[in-house]
Design a protein around this ligand. Structure first.
Ligand code: SF4
Length: 353
């Protein structure tokens, strides 16, 4: 039976073998550089190994010159995406604004805007992951971002998010909805294994489906497994099993509209069975930097995955073709995209697609 004819109950608790299908006709990824501009965050999620307290020796706010060096390395390594990742609303943390002032900025949004324009000048398409933003903040950043992202994670209220102002599901859904109103190609996702149950996963995917029917701006939904990190509140909690991941990928493919790709991270999971259950994208793969969120898990070599891959940009082909980008990004997208909206191949390139 095909996935579309199965019931949610079949997918969640039926025979696992029934969730094994042919690999998708096309599996995509983007070549990115992970730029961890600050690890200061107003939240303190129970699973987070990235965040640091402001007084910690490892607390960081990257200077623009440091970012520029990384962007140049990424350009030389043939990347197309600058993935700007940082803690949520770091300026709400006492002491952060002084750090920002030392770099010559009064506003974090101005700083971020400048880093995005720096990436565009370097020949990379910015994708910012800014956490909760207001409509006006999203509107300001839209012209300098090819796409943006915010993990919904879950609609459940979980202990892992205790004391995290930004992890209220309604707030996250509002930001995702505002991005839709603004026609921002958007990435979201579920974090699996943080205390949610099957009902929560179904509810999360149904709410994302509703938003997609209204705004058609969700280009991908990541199904990301929780990974325990030493020194965190959830250090002893196990990752979700392969079975749970496989069923969740199938559920996502079953519930989400067909124009939303289901993405799985190839440095955290064995991707082949998940591709057989409905995933079709491997997300951003960096050859320049580690995955700062899961630094113990190296990116695979895309040439040796044993899967034919098609390289895309951080803005999916349908949004390239529909012109969902600003004049500031148009020359670069015109240069990097082919006529279908995927990454333009260079002469002699052999990657499938
Ligand atoms: S997971 Fe994100 S939001 Fe949560 S503490 Fe870490 S950086 Fe902040």
């Amino acid at each position: 039976m095909s996935l579309e004819h199965m019931s949610t109950a079949d997918i969640v608790s039926g025979p696992l073998e029934a969730l094994s299908f042919a690999l998708p006709a096309r599996v995509t990824f983007s070549r990115n550089v992970f730029v961890p501009i600050t690890n200061i965050c107003r939240n303190a999620c129970g699973y987070c190994g990235f965040r640091r307290d402001i007084g910690d020796a490892e607390a960081r706010l990257m200077a623009p010159a440091e970012v520029e060096t990384l962007l140049r390395q990424a350009k030389d390594a043939d990347c197309t995406e600058a993935l700007l990742t940082f803690g949520e609303r770091p300026y709400e943390v006492a002491g952060f604004i002084e750090k920002l002032r030392r770099l010559g900025y009064e506003s974090f949004l101005d700083y971020l805007y400048d880093l995005c324009t720096m990436a565009i000048r370097a020949g990379l398409l910015p994708h910012s992951n800014p956490g909760i933003l207001t409509f006006d903040e999203l509107e300001r950043l839209k012209p300098v971002n090819a796409s943006m992202g915010l993990m919904l994670e879950t609609t459940a209220s979980v202990d892992a998010h205790q004391g995290c102002a930004g992890k209220e599901p309604e707030l996250r859904l509002w930001t995702i909805e505002d991005a839709g109103k603004l026609h921002i190609p958007f990435t979201t996702g579920l974090l699996i294994g943080i205390g949610e149950d099957w009902g929560d996963r179904v509810r999360s995917l149904e709410l994302l489906t509703e938003l997609q029917h209204k705004y058609r701006h969700l280009q991908e939904v990541i199904i990301q497994p929780f990974v325990p990190k030493p020194g965190t509140r959830m250090a002893d909690v196990p990752s979700p099993s392969r079975e749970v991941l496989l069923r969740t990928v199938a559920l996502a493919r079953h519930l989400l509209p067909a124009d939303v790709a289901v993405q799985v991270p190839p440095n955290l999971t064995e991707v082949a069975p998940l591709l057989g259950a409905g995933a079709s994208d491997l997300g951003g793969i960096s050859t320049v930097t580690v995955d700062y969120i899961n630094p113990a898990h190296a990116w695979p070599d895309v040439a040796n995955l044993g899967i034919a891959l098609t390289e895309r940009l951080p803005i999916y082909p349908q949004y390239v073709r529909a012109g969902w980008y600003s004049e500031a990004l148009a020359p670069l997208i015109g240069k990097l995209a082919d006529e279908r909206g995927f990454r333009r191949k260079k002469t002699g390139e052999t990657m499938a697609g």
